[in-house]
Design a binder for this molecule. Sequence first.
Ligand code: ADP
Ligand code: 5GP
Length: 203
Amino acid sequence: MNNKGLLLVVSGPSGVGKGTVLKEFLKTNPNAVYSVSATTRSPRPGEKNGVHYHFMSKEEFLHLIQQDGVLEYAVYSDHYYGTPREFVNQMREQGKDVILEIEVQGAMQVKQKCPDAVFVFVMPPSYQVLKDRLSGRGTEDEKTITKRLTAAKSELSRAEQYDYIVVNDQVEKAAWRLNAIVTAEKCKMNQMKQVIKEVLQYD
Ligand code: ADP
Ligand code: 5GP
């Protein structure tokens, strides 16, 4: 029997390195899939529709909400972001671990709806490092960076609502910590009931 896949919710302030760490994590985790979100923000250079996000208009996004097509959604930095529901359900049923890279308001909605989800918050080693990474990425203008740093303060203050904190000092170390979390979650007794049953079945 296939166990249902884990639902791993990963949050952290913009620029902390969530995308970078998850990319590293996914390289060595063929059973994990990344949930591609819907958003109304414009693509950054190099971002592809359907790969990084499903880019859509506000009207299309509102229609998706109306159809009950999103597991959660939030407005962040003047744009809508949401998790398409169908993909998450299908993948988990197939035993795949699903990664949601979403901000805090959305994560708290998932907490209400999916009590079995695992919540991970990615922290920078310091606030200054976060500032440097966000401006160093070079994908946002000054105004957007200031807005995101303001949002970061309130997001960082909600880290205690998560199950695990992963400090992203070095990408490989942070990905390794994420691996350790997934391994530990899979060893939990609830995930192992079938194994226990099978072992007990034989003399
Ligand atoms: P997020 O997805 O959280 O917004 P990104 O993954 O885009 O953040 O990373 C923001 C910037 O920080 C990128 O330029 C990335 O290369 C860099 N970065 C990410 N993790 C580290 C790290 N551990 N050390 C140094 N730079 C990093
Ligand atoms: P960015 O514009 O930098 O790609 O994302 C901005 C913020 O939106 C990040 O914190 C990211 O994790 C979050 N985000 C991305 N997709 C979703 C989503 O589907 N739902 C929610 N609630 N937040 C999301």
